[in-house]
Design a protein around this ligand. Structure first.
Ligand SMILES: N[C@@H](CCSC[C@H]1O[C@@H](n2cnc3c(=O)[nH]cnc32)[C@H](O)[C@@H]1O)C(=O)O
Ligand SMILES: [Zn+2]
Length: 429
């Protein structure tokens, strides 16, 4: 007996779109995708049935890099480059954060993501135990890391918190939550601190999530100090022994990319944030050619300024075409894969990001009745080049329905609005 049956739906698979099919879900996994006519009987015994008529089922999008509670600072400080933005605007304001604000900031981000078709996010922030609680309550999937800045007065305490986060939450609910260590960046983590992070990663057998080679200035400073690029330097320190998720990698050399390929360093490409902070454009087609796994991320909503992954998929598909004067630089399918299955791989999931038997049932239903969906020559191209994230009608994670007919079932949006309005007043002072 299935836990959930999605009937009458068009299903985006690796073999193309299967029209008028049914998706059978048991224990959080897809157990079959069959013609709708074959599930007539099963409809009676299923615990739940969702009618997918007029909708397109796709895998949920995977946001491989964000600081989700930063939605609190959306449109708070714009038109600055990274170091200015962090030092003059963001860090002083983040100093006023506490568990309560992070709770509502996280809810805000999760509400936005579920509404726009994202079912997994990878986060680096602080007050992460609260973030984990909100992830647990809301039902989304998340890979969490406690941001670790060696230059902070609380640097050693942060390591203890990240270790506690790992011990408490890693593997929760059949890997609905996983935990990484989050050394922030080369410019906030001196070598002696990185050595502590690496020692802890060995002790826990834990992966790493770090900002690397985001700006020209960062790379120049690391070269000045060590004679090596940030990637080469981190490699020499021994950072890449386990799994590593490197955010940005905008300014990487050919040799850097060889190291990344050899040590399975996966990349979180954040095109919108890189454009807005004037960081540059990462050499993504070159990375893919080298065999590096590249997923997509929004980065925080204060440098984007939203958590809409469909925008990142579209940018990934278009940006590199223009940079290289090559319309095939990142084809639609490659951009979609980066937003789904490649992002899943970057986060260490081998059974996520595709609608197929045996995969996790993280599924989004798009309402395809809008004029911008007509005509329907190619639904994949429509998702990458024409869809709106507001077309998302239903969002499912691990077989649980978290949004149905555009109503969030695990978040009280009325209360959330009131709390965010209060937070705005607090951060405005
Ligand atoms: N400094 C914190 C922990 C850092 S959390 C991760 C940090 O990354 C910051 N951040 C957001 N976007 C970016 C980015 O694009 N590059 C580098 N840092 C960023 C964010 O504002 C946050 O401070 C503490 O006191 O313990
Ligand atoms: Zn970031």
């Amino acid at each position: 007996m299935s836990d959930l049956l999605i009937t009458n739906v068009d299903v985006l698979t690796n073999e193309g779109v299967l029209k008028n099919h049914a998706i059978v879900i048991e224990n959080g996994f897809i157990t079959a995708i069959v013609k709708d006519s074959e599930v007539e009987k099963a409809k009676e015994s299923a615990k739940g049935v969702l009618d997918g008529k007029g909708q397109l089922a796709t895998p949920g999008l995977i946001n491989t890099h964000t600081h989700i509670a930063m939605g609190l600072f959306r449109n708070y400080a714009d038109d600055l480059e990274l170091m200015d933005w962090l030092e003059t605007a963001i860090w002083p304001t983040e100093a006023k954060l506490n568990d309560e604000y992070v709770r509502y900031g996280t809810q805000l981000g999760i509400a936005e993501m579920l509404r726009s078709g994202t079912t997994t996010f990878s986060d680096m922030y602080f007050f992460m135990n609260t973030t984990a609680e909100v992830v647990k309550e809301t039902g989304i999937r998340a890979v969490l890391s406690r941001g670790l800045a060696g230059v902070s007065p609380t640097a050693d305490q942060a390591l203890v918190e990240n270790a506690d986060l790992f011990r408490t939450w890693n593997g929760f609910d059949n890997d609905r939550i996983k935990v990484l260590l989050g050394p922030h960046a080369p410019y906030t983590c001196p070598d002696a601190y990185m050595e502590k992070v690496i020692a802890l990663s060995h002790e826990l057998n834990c992966g790493i999530h770090m900002h690397l080679s985001e700006t020209k200035g960062e790379v120049e400073n690391v070269i000045k100090a060590t004679g090596k690029t940030p990637i080469a330097h981190m490699h020499d320190l021994g950072l890449f022994w386990n799994t590593t998720l490197a955010a940005h990698c905008v300014h990487v050399t050919d040799e850097d990319m060889d190291i990344m390929a050899e040590y399975n360093v996966a990349v979180a490409h954040n095109p919108q944030s890189n454009l807005k902070l004037a960081s540059g454009i990462a050499p993504v087609p070159e990375m893919i050619t080298k065999g590096i796994t590249v997923g997509l991320g929004t980065d925080g909503s204060a440098s984007n300024n939203n958590a809409d992954m469909l925008e990142e998929v579209r940018l990934a598909a278009t940006l590199h075409k223009a940079r290289l004067y090559d319309p095939k630089a990142i084809p639609a399918q490659a951009a979609w894969n980066m937003g789904t299955v490649e992002g899943a791989k970057a986060l260490g999931y081998t059974d996520l990001g595709v609608l197929s038997k045996g995969y996790r049932a993280d599924i989004v239903l798009y309402d395809v009745s809008g004029m911008h969906w007509m005509p329907r020559y190619n639904d994949l191209a429509a998702l990458v080049y024409s869809a709106n994230s507001s077309d998302v009608n239903t969002t499912i994670v691990g077989g649980k329905v978290l949004m149905k007919d555009k109503v969030l079932l695990t978040i009280d949006e009325e209360k959330l609005r009131a709390e965010i309005t209060k937070a705005q007043a607090y951060f405005s002072n």
